[in-house]
Design a protein around this ligand. Structure first.
Ligand code: ATP
Length: 304
């Protein structure tokens, strides 16, 4: 569906994307996970055929965005990071007008609008003004709008940024259903839980490069341990304690507010910490996540 090789994007001296290889397969949910500034949006804009490729090759549906932009865009849905809905119009008209703009005949666009309102659970809000919608509803409407042309690929740039947990879960559910219906999803996110929930495969991006690629589970298995023991001590004590516990796990990370001991048995680590007379203010054993993968690969947390 999408194939990139040595793909680069520069803005003057700024190299936003510095040579990445990506292969997105039909029907999968593919993610770009990385912190702000990693180059995710720049990559998405090249895939959306709205930003020229600086170097390398990019093919979407086997087509070259440099020469086949309109043909590519006709088969893509693009859900940008910021809501670009028309606040003057009703919910329904945001879809209807957009569909007409795409040149879809009146009767068809009417039917499609109704289907999409139903799909994003906004039928009851059809006559409401966009300004009266919650953040989650606006996102869902933006997604509905990007589906008006029945795209084969839907590009979603940070789809749930700024939404509360419940609104995020509603959105994830809709995206999951969309994938089940055969639409290929390409998602950028800096939320590791979103990447884990939604993506079949993903690349971890940092500073314009791909640091790792795989399914969430593969990435965790390859780059982290099964469990993590989190230990909180007083401010400024973590460095000192780290030296005393570093033999307890495969690896120890010192964060400003806690120590992470990477291990296959978190409870055993905690027991040994206590045996050594160390008294953490709080402890937690959890499974490894993509956040741990990112920390391992880059030495930084995703939310820095
Ligand atoms: N139009 C532009 N002109 C100049 N520099 C840009 C432009 N767009 C992006 N950049 C720079 O390219 C780098 C990558 O930005 P990009 O937006 O692709 O990252 P990102 O991973 O999507 O982060 P975010 O989530 O903040 O959008 C950043 O250093 C950014 O400042």
């Amino acid at each position: 569906m999408i194939s990139a090789s040595g793909l680069r994007k520069s803005f003057g001296d700024v190299e936003a994307v510095r040579g990445i290889d990506v292969e997105v397969r039909p029907g999968e949910a593919f993610g770009f996970l990385g912190p702000n500034g990693a180059g995710k949006s720049s990559t998405m804009r090249m895939i959306a055929a709205v930003s020229p490729v600086s170097a390398g090759t990019l093919r979407i549906f086997g087509l070259d965005p440099a020469t086949d932009g309109p043909a590519i865009r006709a088969r893509l849905g693009v859900c940008p990071q910021d809501d670009t809905l028309d606040t003057e119009l009703t919910v329904r008209d945001n879809l209807y007008v957009y569909g007409r703009y795409f040149g879809i005949p009146r009767a068809e666009v009417n039917q499609r609008t109704d289907e999409l309102l139903e799909f994003v659970q906004l039928t009851e809000k059809a006559k409401a003004k966009v300004d009266n919608l919650s953040g989650g509803m606006k996102r869902r409407l933006t997604i509905a709008r990007s589906l008006i042309n029945r795209p084969d690929i839907l590009l979603l740039d940070e789809p749930t940024t700024g939404l509360d947990p419940q609104a995020r879960h509603v959105l994830w559910d809709r995206l999951f259903r969309l994938k089940q219906s055969g639409v290929t999803l390409v998602i950028t996110t800096h939320y590791m839980d979103e990447a884990e929930q939604l993506c079949d495969r993903l690349v971890v991006m940092d500073k314009g490069l791909i640091a790792a690629e795989g399914s969430p589970l593969e990435l965790i298995r390859t780059h982290s341990t099964r469990e993590v023991a989190e230990l909180r001590f007083g401010a400024g004590e973590h460095e000192g304690v780290a030296a005393k516990v570093e033999d307890l796990g495969d690896r120890v990370e010192v964060l400003p507010d806690r120590l992470l001991v990477y291990t296959h048995d978190g409870e055993e680590v905690i027991a040994k910490v206590h045996e050594r007379g160390l008294e953490p203010a709080a402890v937690l054993v959890r499974r490894s996540t993509l956040e741990d993968v990112f920390l391992r690969l880059t030495g930084r947390t995703l939310v820095d």
